[in-house]
Design a protein around this ligand. Structure first.
Ligand SMILES: [Zn+2]
Ligand SMILES: [Zn+2]
Length: 392
């Protein structure tokens, strides 16, 4: 974990504490996102298995949050059997409702490694802004999510060979079917303006159906397929539900109350994953018959010398003086964030305190974290007010 990640956890933690001060029942969850290609790439570099790397990071994060004074009601993992089960169940709901279909596509393939190049296995040029980008995101440029095959001049990150294109078959979520839902959803979505505005901008540019599978062994297998696993951004947010189910198993709580009931769901996330939380995730939930988020609070990117701080190794490159300056810049950013915007946002979100005498509320808060070897971590949360069953 690096300091820029705290910009998402601290606001969530402040918000949770604030709600608890108001006497509300609050649930605050977090978990490790284990299926990204940063993990498989790292495992290959170290000659070990993705599972071992994922476990190692999971343990690290599970232990580090209490040391930072952040206590989740559950810290889950997207590789937990519970999340495998929930991901397949949601996919089956989406298939039954006609939102997932199979399509032949032409994708970058490395002739020397003899494999397709999902996500971080490929680098190239962003077709939207011309910046160097990774396979599935333009993390140093316009921040947009890139569909497989969209990146220009792709080359293999493992061996550097220029990729060739090869035909294969993948599974797609019919994102275009959710356009009018998303339009209306973004109008009423609470949280920060940057989340809403980015998402609205992308929606205006027109949506494309979303490739939800990858040619990878590591991940959750797509039902009925031998060589496709779910794209990490399909099962990662489902980990929020998975983490609730882990909590429910342990405590006897009712996870469905939070995910299918009349509550409110709030995410605290990093600014680099707005696309996933404001377009993909609500569409998946809506299409599968679950509750959708009420608010998304996205922190801005912490920039150091013009680069987003989520870039791996940014803190350790360059001279010692330069590193010290970076650390100071970041510390200052975090302090400023905490002192101003964070407080404003959390208080605005919290709204007017309800009278404990007339209403009892239960709230759930969420966090997710990426255990990707080099990826960013984000905080997310959910809240659910529940009207008292004994009105006065
Ligand atoms: Zn290669
Ligand atoms: Zn770009």
């Amino acid at each position: 974990m690096h300091i820029a990640h705290l910009r998402t956890y601290f606001p969530a933690d402040i918000y949770v504490r604030y709600q608890r001060k108001l006497g509300r029942d609050v649930l605050f969850f977090c978990g490790s996102d284990t299926h990204g290609t940063p993990i498989t790439v790292k495992a290959e570099e170290q000659g070990t298995t993705p599972e071992r790397i994922a476990k190692q990071y999971h343990e690290h994060f599970r232990q580090i949050f209490p040391r930072l004074g952040i206590f989740f009601d559950n810290y889950g993992s997207t590789n937990d059997p519970v999340n495998h089960h929930r991901t397949r169940a949601i996919a089956m709901n989406l298939i039954e409702n006609g939102y997932i279909y199979q399509k032949d596509v032409t994708l970058p393939h490395c002739p020397s490694c003899d494999r397709f190049l999902p996500d971080r296995y490929m680098e190239g040029t962003c077709p939207h802004c011309g910046t160097d980008a990774r396979g599935d995101e333009c993390d140093q440029g316009c921040g947009v999510y890139l569909e497989p095959g969209e990146i220009l001049n792709p080359r293999c990150t493992i061996c550097g060979t220029t990729a060739e294109y090869k035909e294969t078959s993948h599974q797609f979520l019919k994102l275009t079917a959710f356009e009018s839902f998303l339009k209306e959803f973004l109008e009423r979505l609470g949280g920060t303006e940057n989340a809403r505005n980015y998402a609205k901008g992308w929606l205006k540019g027109g949506l494309k159906d979303w490739n939800i599978t990858r040619n990878l062994d590591w991940g959750i297998p797509f039902p009925g397929s031998k060589d496709l696993t779910f794209y990490v951004w399909f099962d990662a947010p489902i980990g929020y539900i998975g983490s609730t189910e882990e909590w429910a198993e342990r405590t006897g709580g009712d996870w469905e109350h939070y995910w299918k009931g009349p509550g409110r769901l709030i995410h605290f996330i990093g600014g680099d994953i707005v696309y996933h939380h404001c377009l993909f995730w609500p569409s998946m939930l809506k299409g599968a018959g679950y509750s959708v988020p009420d608010a998304v609070v996205a922190s801005g990117m912490v920039k150091v010398e013009g680069h987003n701080f989520s870039k791996a190794g940014a803190m350790y490159s360059g001279s010692r003086t330069s590193t010290l300056r970076r650390v100071w810049t970041l510390t200052r950013s975090v302090i400023t964030l905490l002192a101003t915007r964070v407080t404003q946002e959390t208080l605005t979100l919290a709204g007017k305190p309800t009278r404990p005498s007339s209403t009892r509320n239960s709230w759930a808060f969420w966090g997710t974290s990426y255990t990707g070897a080099s990826s960013s971590r984000t905080g997310t949360m959910v809240r659910y007010p529940r009207v008292s069953s004994s009105p006065r």
